[in-house]
Design a protein around this ligand. Sequence first.
Ligand code: ADP
Ligand code: MG
Length: 206
Amino acid sequence: MRDTEFFRSWMTAAAAAVEREADRLTELDSPIGDADHGSNLLRGFTAVRAALAADPATSPGAVLVLAGRTLISTVGGASGPLYGTLLRRTGKELGESAEVSDEELRKALYAGVGAVAQLGGAAPGDKTMLDALVPGVAALGTSYRAAAEAAQDGAQATVPMLARKGRASYLGERSIGHQDPGATSSALLLGALADTADATDTAEAS
Ligand code: ADP
Ligand code: MG
C-alpha cells in the first residue's frame, strides 16, 4: 500500500527532476513553441513544494489535489491546466483513504489521463504530453519502471510526428523533427514515480 508520505515523495522527486531538466525542457520548447516549458514547470513545481510544506495534506488524494490546484494557479502556459487536471483528477479518484493500492493508483492515473485528453481535445499521435502519458499509464499494469520507460519511448516517438494541438501545431510541417517538450516532462513525472516506488520498496525490503 502507498501512504501519504509516498505521494509527498513523488511530488518532491518530480520537482527535483523538473529543476534538473528545466533548461532542456525550455530548449525543446524553442523550435516548436515559445521557449517557456521548463520555466513554466519550474515555477509550478517550486510552488507545489511550498504548498505541500505549508499544508498538512493528510491523504494520498489530498496531496495530489493540492499539487494539481497549485499547478493550475501558478503555471500560465497550456501545460499548467493540463498537468493540474491530471493530478487533481487522479487525486479525486483516490478519495480520502489514508493508503491506496498500486491498482487503485493505476486506475486513478488512467482517469487522470482521460481528463487531460478531454480538456485538451488531443489524442495519441497529436505530438503532445498524451504521447507519453497514454503508453506510460498503459504499462503501469507491469510495473512503475515499465511505465516510466514506456513514457520515455513515447516522448522519443514524438520526434517524427506532426503537431496537431497546442502552440506547436501553428508550425504545421515544420513541427516535424523535434521532440515534444510536454511529452518529455510527462516522462519525467512517471520517472519520478518509478524512483519513489524503487526507494520505498527497497526500504521496506531491508
Ligand atoms: P504553452 O504551449 O502555453 O507555452 P508549455 O510550453 O508549458 O505551454 O507546454 C507545452 C506543452 O503542452 C506541449 O509540448 C504539449 O505537450 C502540451 N500541450 C499543449 N496543448 C495540448 C493539448 N491540447 N493537449 C495535450 N497537451 C498539450
Ligand atoms: Mg511553451
